[in-house]
Design a protein around this ligand. Structure first.
Ligand SMILES: [Mn+2]
Length: 321
């Protein structure tokens, strides 16, 4: 049972426009794509009214962003507690602070996250070259950032203490698709003992299936029983997903992208896996940077693959709850 939760919020990204992502994905047939795989879509909610105006003052942006994350966290928690599988439609990637905080609270911290993205989003306020919060959610969820962070990024302490809470992610994050990493992020990665990063170079050497076998082994070794998937469409090559704020060439091809989703679907149908998939984000679809809504269509097709779409016959199993 899937709950779609739209979060049309993009004040913390580089380029505005991803607030239109949920509408674009709905128009590209997200609900039908999921229902076409035999899943029930229970709700299609909005966490935010669509807003046009953005304050110039960074303190105002940060405190409004916190309210957005808090509302999204609350809605995501409602979905999880009532037996739903939330699918959060962004919006910029900072929204994962809200959705994944809910998953952390719901599971008591027994959670691993797969971050499928061209970027690590692991900057802390002191390492961020841009100061944009959409490059910091993994650091926030991991409760990183030392003294002085709150001055550099207003509301950082509020995010860590009131939204994420303890214990946070505890380093149980695996990245797939990286190709644009800041030096400060590479340094922050060293502080996360349980984290693992697979770059596009790993995919070059060992292919998607080789990398995904390693991801599965890492997930098992993490000991986490619950998995959250955070999918940034910029993990795909801009040839296939041009409509995003921070496109980086050298990403997954159409087939490689789908193979990741297909392999994960096979995991989810395998009752012998020690982890189960509880929810996901699909973020950074920006129709203002897109061509003919191609990126939203790509995202919808990817989600369909994750829910089990195949070329011929259906998979033998059903996703294990
Ligand atoms: Mn991202």
């Amino acid at each position: 049972m899937v709950d779609l939760i739209a979060a049309p919020f993009d004040w913390c990204g580089r380029l505005s426009g991803s607030r239109l992502g949920p509408i674009a994905m709905r128009m590209a047939g997200l609900r039908a794509a999921i229902e076409g795989q035999g899943e029930t879509v229970r709700h299609d909610l909005n966490s935010e009214p669509l807003t046009a105006d953005q304050p110039l003052n960074r303190d105002d942006i940060a405190s409004f962003a916190c309210e957005v994350y808090e509302r999204l966290k609350s809605q995501t928690l409602d979905s999880l507690r009532s037996g739903g599988r939330p699918l959060v439609m962004g919006g910029d990637h900072s929204l994962s602070i809200g959705s994944i905080s809910a998953a952390l609270e719901h599971t008591g911290g027994d959670l691993a996250v797969l971050w499928i993205d061209a970027h690590m989003d692991l900057n802390t306020p002191d390492t961020s070259p841009s100061g944009n919060l959409h490059g910091m959610p993994v650091a926030a969820l991991s409760r990183m950032g030392g003294a002085g962070s709150d001055e550099l990024m207003p509301s950082w302490d509020r995010i860590l203490d009131q939204i994420v809470g303890k214990p946070g992610l505890q380093g149980r994050v695996g990245w797939i698709g990286l190709r644009d990493v800041d030096p400060g992020e590479a340094n922050n990665l060293k502080k996360l003992a349980n984290a693992k990063a697979w770059t596009m170079q790993d995919v070059d050497h060992r292919s998607v299936s080789g990398v995904m076998a390693e991801v599965d082994a890492w997930l098992k070794a993490s000991g986490a029983k619950n998995l959250w998937i955070s999918f940034d469409v910029d993990s795909l090559d801009p040839i296939y997903a041009p409509g995003t704020g921070t496109a980086v060439r050298g990403g997954f091809t159409y087939r490689e992208g789908h193979m990741i989703a297909e392999i994960m679907h096979e995991w989810f149908c395998d009752a012998s896996k020690p982890y189960r998939w509880i929810g996901m984000d699909v973020v950074e679809v920006n129709p203002l940077a897109d061509q003919n809504n191609e990126t939203a269509k790509m995202a919808v097709e990817w989600v369909a693959s994750l829910f089990g779409r195949t070329v011929l016959h259906r998979y033998a199993g059903e996703p294990v709850r």
